[in-house]
Ligand binder design. Structure first.
Ligand code: HEM
Ligand SMILES: Cc1cc2nc3c(=O)[nH]c(=O)nc-3n(C[C@H](O)[C@H](O)[C@H](O)COP(=O)(O)O)c2cc1C
Length: 1008
């Protein structure tokens, strides 16, 4: 919503008819989005909201866009369920449903049941032989059986469930007001009530894990019967057709995209991606309704009070401003949060159960057991729908049936091995985060592959060692999981080896079956303004490398008294922080004190300049709040009015409010330094005769000049055009979005997407890339004929790195974790010095299953719907037997009782408008209001969130962390995050995070 921009009346789309929408809504939606995304559509008697941005705006503002529509079709069809209520009534009902759909219950109870149902249905499908239809002979009855179990409707048949679900859904989508549709819906309405009454009685005496049983578990809080009825009908409507349609579309996508199918068959972890991409591509719930509670403006279009809206998920999920080639099914596309499960208060409660049914059970089962499964050559599949969309039929045939083995998880899935890939040799050029994550993922899905990580430097880890700021050791600790890569004899580090120097690119390709180039981009992007070549203009990359002791960065720039930093992304903020903090803040880092002192000695004023408004600035709010901790630095803001937007409405503005001097926080004592922030300011030229004397900025139509002694550009990085690989790649076709240049040659990391994306993003991309490579191998496009290179004589290996590591730690300055060797000669000398006795620091770390000594760990979780609980339990299981560990709900923990002898791993989700979840609220408020002294308590944080809440992403975990630190606790390790709308499982991310934190603690605490 934008109140500041001029608004216009809704355009009328009188050219739309329902029949065409039903058959193929996509061209219609494409035009609606092109015309702004908000239209009045007479034939539907509603405003259709079709752009991603507008849909997101409605989902995050239930005060304006109410779910409680007057005369709602759904209320008429099913009764008044939680889906058509707003908070707090909605929340009260949703809570009663929640426990049955909790991730731990889905994992421990339902998944097993789904396996059994899927096997039964697969046998029936097989019996149909050549007349089989995957939708009606498998997907629909399977979804019906699963739903019966979930709800506890044990007295009805699968056919009843399917009929009820379809007729209730048809009535909900009866925008054409067809009386026959209403009549069929009413019959089902009455039948459900009869079956439900019978089962309510049964469950009173026979408790199980089902929803009906759980509703009866605390009689004093029991929902009124009419609410149970409405919500059960809504769950019958929503819990059957959607999984059926999602499964149908996913199967169809696999049958029509053989390469992607092969990749998923080889790497079962891709089924989850197949599931997400299927429901992004064709969202089963295509449209749902909302109604405005007041006059408002949406995407620049005026909406009156009481306006009925159709929120078109089917359309938003294909918005070309979000997804490239949005109409194509592509499991390798860049992951962006799709809306198929909705967002905000009504986000699907059954999402995890649906994922388990389809991605964990049905898809692997179908494709593993029906060998040669394909669309029936003589019968065409059909698809339809716009309010709900899915396959109307999917006739299939197959060559043979693989019999079931064992029980429980599909045994055939585990039968898939990568033996054929055992001897593939894969080279990865560049051992930074992208290279290492790619190696890890290749190792995971092609267990036998031999991997060489080749780096021009004698040491591994690229940007982790030389780019990530030295005072962020928690982030650098990610390298611990990479250290463990090299424990495998199949993974080698070949350092001090430059492609084009010791070995040509062509020779490298000839030596390996596949080559992944992950050498990054490191040249600072130019500003292209006058004065850029004056003495005194430096790139942020060079400054960070110098501070990080990079062997090629040998001189310390003279910055003078007044420094302008151009750019406001995270790299710029890193530079700002490192140049503004005093030496006392460098304790525990690996920053060279002398270099830091020489760089910062004379600085008294820093200007930080960006073109964007403060709301759109590219920094992460957490980085700004971190700056807020340095109480003696004074901040002054220009080009932003913090009073314009109320507190709590914009994470970036909220973060700026925490800066001393900028708003209400006072500077402590005499300012040690001044930071001037310039927003919406365009650098026009750098002034000076031979050397920098000032910089001119365009600001609100005027030009102002700042007197400065040096300029640091921090506007991104580009590949070095002179680099041999860049030149070779320029001769080849452009890499596809997946990073595939051609079979056997791939790009990873910043080289693939440009210099954006955080370290966790690299992991996400690496997973997809490993899938592409294994797909190429499975398709026979990458053969297995090469044996890898013989390392050049002057190459370094992983033992060389351990010697350097030992040396740097052994001879470190006081208060530093290491003192880096900063010349090539010193690095090489240590790498080759066989007299250095080193210990691989991977020994004894968490993941190798060894004891963690005397360490005592508490894993605490703050949750609303159980994700954090599941994650905490899995961390607990990982540590069980290796150290004293317990797992507890933050709701049951009193901050006063925290024990300084324990390490706390805190996993916390985010709810509401960036709040801590209900379960953690008491704990949080006690910290805020009581300010207990918890100094000496050591903890690490993992925040669960969803990045489509752009303003408040993982804020709950941040709030809790800030409150702990404010009360004196010490945060250690990486601040972990998990994005619920990304492709990685929370528990996977969590285990890596916990491993990183614990190995850091162990290495710092030799007593343990
Ligand atoms: C792929 C399958 C599924 C999809 C795409 C899906 C999609 C959705 C969407 C879009 C909503 C929000 C609708 C709105 O705001 O009007 C929703 C809500 C809901 N879904 Fe699902 N759903 C699926 C499977 C399931 C399953 C298997 C169940 C459980 C039996 C379920 C139970 C619910 C419930 C109870 C709500 C209401 C949540 C609330 O109002 O707070 N869904 N679903
Ligand atoms: C109603 C609702 C509001 C949410 N608000 C936010 C939010 O403001 N910021 C965020 O990062 N994630 C938000 N999320 C996403 C959750 O934090 C995320 O799904 C998390 O994995 C849930 O964990 P839990 O099951 O432990 O509560 C929200 C989810 C829901 C259902």
């Amino acid at each position: 919503m934008n109140h500041a921009n001029p608004s216009r009346p809704a355009p009328v789309a009188d050219w739309i008819d329902i029949k065409t929408l039903y058959h193929d809504p996509y061209p219609i939606y494409e035009r609606l989005r092109r015309e702004g995304g908000v239209h009045w559509v007479p034939s539907v008697n509603r405003y259709l909201i079709t752009s991603y941005e507008a849909v997101i705006a409605t989902e995050h503002d239930q005060e304006t866009f109410s779910a409680n529509e007057h005369d709602s079709l759904q209320i008429r069809a099913m009764g008044h369920s939680m889906l058509r209520r707003d908070d707090p009534e909605h929340y009260r009902e949703r809570r009663q449903w929640q426990s049955v759909f909790k991730p731990s219950v889905v994992k421990n109870v339902w998944t097993q049941a789904f396996h059994e149902k899927a096997r039964e249905q697969l046998s029936k499908l097989v019996d149909k032989e050549s007349g089989a239809d995957l939708i009606w002979d498998f997907a629909a009855p399977f979804a019906a059986e699963c739903l019966k179990e979930l709800l506890g409707l044990h007295n009805v048949s699968s056919e009843d469930m399917q009929r009820w679900s379809q007729t209730l859904i048809d009535a909900t989508g009866n925008y054409a007001n067809d009386p026959d549709v209403w009549a069929a819906g009413k019959r089902s309405f009455d039948e459900v009530d009869i079956a439900l009454d019978e089962m309510l009685e049964w469950h009173r005496h026979n408790r199980d894990h089902s929803l009906i049983s759980s509703l009866l578990s605390s009689p004093e809080e029991q929902m009124p019967i009419e609410k149970i009825r409405a919500n059960i009908k809504m769950s019958i409507g929503g819990g059957l057709n959607e999984p059926r349609d999602a499964l149908g579309v996913a199967a169809w996508a696999m049958l029509t995209h053989p390469d992607q199918r092969r990749a998923a068959e080889r790497d079962p972890s891709l089924w989850s991606t197949v599931f997400d991409e299927s429901i992004r591509w064709i969202a089963p719930i295509g449209l749902y309704s909302r109604q405005t509670t007041q006059k408002t403006v949406l995407a620049g279009v005026e909406l009156p009070k009481g306006a009925r809206l159709g929120i078109c998920i089917l359309s938003a999920n294909r918005d070309e401003s979000v997804w490239e080639r949005a109409d194509e099914f592509d499991i390798y596309r860049e992951v962006k949060p799709h809306l198929a499960f909705s967002k905000g208060t009504h986000v699907c409660l059954g999402a995890r159960a649906a994922r388990a049914q389809i991605a964990d059970v049905a898809l692997p089962l179908l494709f593993n057991h029906l060998k040669g499964l394909r669309v029936h050559p003589d019968r065409e599949p059909t698809i339809g729908g716009w309010v709900f969309r899915g396959m109307l039929s999917l006739p299939v045939t197959w060559e043979s049936v693989v019999p079931f083995k064992g029980s429980g998880a599909d045994a055939a899935a585990s039968a898939i091995t990568c033996e054929a890939e055992a001897t593939h040799h894969i080279a990865i050029v560049g051992s930074g985060p992208a290279g290492c994550f790619t190696a890890k993922e290749i190792q995971r899905c092609m267990r036998g592959a031999h991997i060489d990580l080749i780096d021009r430097l004698p040491v591994p880890y690229g940007l982790l060692r030389y780019g990530v700021a030295g005072d962020h050791q928690g982030t650098k600790a990610v390298s611990r999981q990479f250290d463990r890569l090299f424990d495998s004899p199949k993974v080698r580090f070949i350092g001090n080896t430059t492609i084009g120097d010791q070995i040509s690119f062509e020779a490298l390709r000839a030596d390996y079956d596949a080559v992944v180039v992950a050498s990054g981009v490191c040249a600072d992007r130019r500003l292209h303004i006058n004065g850029e070549d004056l003495t005194g203009v430096f790139g942020a990359g060079g400054i960070t490398r110098r501070l990080n002791g990079h062997p090629y960065e040998t001189t310390t720039p003279t910055l003078g008294r007044r420094v302008a930093i151009i750019g406001q992304g995270n790299v710029a903020i890193d530079v700002l922080r490192l140049l503004s903090i005093g030496s006392e803040e460098l304790k525990g880092s690996d920053i060279d004190a002398a270099v830091h002192e020489a760089l910062t000695r004379d600085i008294d004023t820093l200007h930080i300049i960006g073109r964007s408004s403060a709301e759109k600035a590219r920094f992460d709010p957490v980085m700004i709040r971190e700056l807020g901790r340095f109480a003696s630095i004074e901040h002054r803001l220009h080009g932003v009015d913090l009073d314009r937007v109320p507190e709590g409405k914009d994470a970036r503005l909220d973060a700026l409010r925490t800066l001393p001097g900028a708003y209400q926080v006072k500077v402590e004592g005499a300012p040690s330094m001044t930071v001037e922030w310039w927003f919406e300011a365009t650098p026009e030229q750098i002034n000076g005769q031979g050397k920098v004397e000032g910089v001119s900025l365009g600001l609100g139509g005027e030009t102002i000049s700042l007197a400065v002694d040096s300029v640091i550009t921090a506007i991104g990085f580009v590949p070095d055009p002179e680099d041999v690989i860049s030149k070779a790649l320029a001769q080849l076709p452009r890499a596809s979005d997946t990073g595939r240049v051609e079979a056997g040659l791939y790009l990873a990391g910043w080289l693939r997407r440009g210099a954006r994306g955080t370290i966790p993003d690299q992991r996400t991309d690496a997973r997809a890339l490993a899938g592409v490579i294994s797909g190429d191998i499975a398709a026979g496009e990458v053969t297995c004929t090469r044996s890898g290179m013989t390392p050049p004589v002057d190459a370094t290996d992983i033992d060389g790195w351990w010697r350097i590591d030992h040396q740097e730690r052994d001879q470190t300055a006081p208060d530093r974790v290491r003192t880096k060797l900063t010349t090539l000669e010193a690095l090489l000398e240590s790498a080759r010095d066989e007299s250095i006795v080193f210990e691989r620091r991977t020994q004894g770390v968490v993941g190798d299953g060894k004891s963690l000594g005397d360490l005592s760990v508490s894993v605490l979780f703050g949750t609303e719907s159980g994700n954090a609980e599941l994650v905490a339990e899995e961390i607990g299981q990982m540590l069980d037997g290796r150290c004293a560990v317990d797992v507890a709900d933050l709701g049951d923990v009193d901050p006063h009782a925290l024990d300084p002898n324990r390490l706390y791993l805190i996993v916390c989700s985010t709810y509401g408008d960036g709040d801590v979840p209900g379960g953690a609220n008491n704990f949080y408020q006690t910290l805020r209001d009581g300010a207990p002294d918890i100094s000496g308590i050591r903890f690490a944080s993992l925040a669960l969130g969803d990045s489509s809440y752009a303003r408040t992403y993982s804020r709950g975990g941040e709030l809790l962390t800030e409150a702990m630190v404010a009360c004196g606790a010490i945060r250690i390790g990486e601040f972990g995050r998990h994005d619920a709308s990304g492709p990685l499982m929370a528990s996977e991310v969590a285990l890596d995070w916990a491993e990183g934190v614990l190995s850091l603690v162990l290495s710092e605490d030799p007593a343990t």
